[in-house]
Write a new protein. Structure first.
Length: 122
């Protein structure tokens, strides 16, 4: 397992829960932290220093772009993956994020994206 802890930042409970189930199925025993918004996500990151952060883009308050920027400002080598449910959002050219996926992607595609994000670091 390339990581032992993951932080999920999303303002929608069901999205966090579904993603957590996917991650626990693939990585039994992994520690999952959750945050319901950007500000909380950065605070949890500072407290727990997870191996990876997965953040939504469109959230009330702090936008996902800012979450990525702040986490990378805290720890330059942090692995941060963006997820979004907005099909019209051009996420391919987002700077600083290590990878991205769209909400609704298959579990297999999500896991492949996470492994890809980690592989880019090494």
């Amino acid at each position: 397992m390339p990581f032992k802890s993951i932080l999920i930042v999303d303002d929608t409970d069901c999205c966090r829960t579904l993603l957590e189930r996917c991650l626990l199925k693939e990585f039994p025993g992994i520690k999952i932290f959750q945050a319901s918004g950007g500000e909380e996500g950065v605070a949890v990151f500072l407290e727990k220093f997870p191996d990876m952060t997965i953040t939504d883009l469109n959230m009330p308050g702090m936008h996902g772009h800012e979450v990525v920027k702040r986490i990378k400002g805290i720890r330059k080598d942090a692995v941060v993956v963006i997820m979004t449910g907005n099909d019209g959002e051009p996420i391919e050219d987002i700077t600083h994020a290590d990878a991205f996926f769209r909400k609704g992607a298959s579990d297999e595609d999500i896991i492949a994206t996470l492994f890809s994000a980690v592989a880019r670091k090494f």
